[in-house]
Write a protein that binds this ligand. Structure first.
Ligand code: AMP
Length: 396
């Protein structure tokens, strides 16, 4: 079955067409600058990438451009759009309403809209994408796969904040966690790869990308995760601060005469390793600069890795042990320096890294030594494939 996977941002739309039987990616691409001028990237399997300037006043035109390319006579990968049997949408926030993926209907659309408050930048864009697909592909089943859903198994003690309880009751302020599709996929792949019984396993997933989060996955269920009400909490990230003393906000506001919007901008866009290093949010730049002796880049790498190690320690406590630690996403998969630095704090768990394996760039690889008490591995994430699998599971 062919499944179109869509990830809509406010001015962008990423897509993949996947054959769910073979799990082969038939085409992949991106619509950018929607509502501005419109740029379309399309890469059919085994073919060259095409970049086409194409007017995209709204997401509806963007979806139309994607579908036209997929069925194009010359470079298309399907003969007719009727071959697309389902669309899987990444939806960022499902609040407490969605603990799993769902087939989209009017009621679901309303419920997603009710979560807009919790993800004001993302959920409205996701809804626009769903509406655009309904208009252009009427009758095709659409499924919503939520970033927050996997973490809905967290126990109350993990998701309630130490603020007046009324705010949870009134506004649903609590930890939700994000990257759930990735944490779910990678924890399952880790168990499969290592031959663990997922129903009797303790796995820590370190999703280290530009946005970064860690989760404790006990017997296949998320029991804690580092992101919170929003994706600002937890690890130090590319440009996000992660955990800080909340009083810092008032302190900076007074010293620099800033309002809350300016403070939030600083914490979301000007902090993290970029703010620390004044070099870049990209770990390729950071590691290169650190190697050349740039001290601030070195500080950024140290702070980032130390925070990762502290969260691993916290989740070992939460699960009363750990069988495996999986590194994934851009940094987790590629930046061996971070894996080395984070694991250097974990000797007390009997963890030793095999530095030769750690340096090797290979998919699904164990990077701990054979006598390490806990297996440490690199498991590449694949959120699109996870969305495709969820979509197929629901409509079969
Ligand atoms: P993600 O958000 O998962 O796409 O991760 C993106 C981040 O991964 C980038 O900002 C880089 O800091 C980091 N990264 C390090 N090495 C690589 C690499 N070889 N390819 C892609 N991303 C990398």
């Amino acid at each position: 079955m062919k499944v179109l996977v869509i990830n809509c941002g406010s001015s962008s739309l990423k897509y993949q067409l996947i054959d769910s039987d073979t799990e082969e990616v038939l085409a992949v691409g991106l619509c950018e600058r929607i509502g501005i001028d419109g740029r379309f990237k399309y890469k059919p399997e085994g073919g060259e990438e095409l970049v086409i300037e194409s007017a995209m006043p709204t997401h509806k035109e963007a979806i139309k451009v994607v579908l036209d390319a997929l069925a194009h006579e010359e470079y298309g990968v399907i003969k007719s759009l009727s071959e697309i049997k389902a669309v899987g949408h990444r939806v960022v926030h499902g609040g407490e309403k969605f603990a799993s993926s769902v087939i989209i209907n009017d009621e679901v659309m309303k419920a997603i809209e009710e979560c807009n408050d919790l993800a004001p930048l993302h959920n409205p864009a996701n809804l626009i994408g769903i509406n655009a697909c309904s208009a252009i592909m009427p009758g095709v089943v659409q499924v919503a796969v939520f970033d927050t859903a996997f973490h809905q198994t967290m126990p109350r003690k993990a998701y309630i904040y130490g603020i007046p309880y009324g705010y949870y009751e009134k506004y649903k302020i609590r930890r939700y966690g994000f990257h759930g599709t990735s944490h779910s996929y990678v924890s399952k792949e880790t168990a499969k790869f290592l031959g663990l019984d997922i129903n009797n396993s303790k796995i820590i997933v370190c999703h280290l990308g530009n946005g970064a989060s860690i989760s404790a996955v006990l017997n296949g269920e998320s029991i804690d995760t580092s992101m919170g009400l929003t994706p600002l909490e937890g690890l130090v990230m590319g440009t996000r601060c992660g955990d800080i003393d909340p009083a810092i906000m008032e302190f900076i506001a007074k010293k620099e005469n800033l309002d809350i919007n300016q403070i939030m901008h600083i914490l979301n866009k000007e902090s993290g390793v970029e703010g620390l290093s004044a070099v870049s949010s990209d770990f390729r730049d950071l590691t290169a600069a650190a190697e050349e002796g740039n001290e601030r880049a070195q500080i950024a790498l140290e702070v980032f890795s130390y925070r990762v190690a502290k969260y691993i320690g916290a989740y070992v406590a939460a699960m009363n042990g750990v069988d495996a630690i999986a590194f994934t996403a851009g940094i987790g998969e590629n930046t061996h320096e971070v894996r080395t630095m984070a694991c250097s704090y974990l000797g007390y768990l009997g963890i030793t890294l095999d530095e030769k394996e750690n340096m090797r760039r290979k998919e699904n690889v164990v990077i701990s030594t054979p006598d390490s008490k806990v297996k440490v591995c690199i498991i590449p994430t694949n959120e699109e494939l996870a969305i495709c699998r969820e979509t197929v599971a629901l409509i079969k």
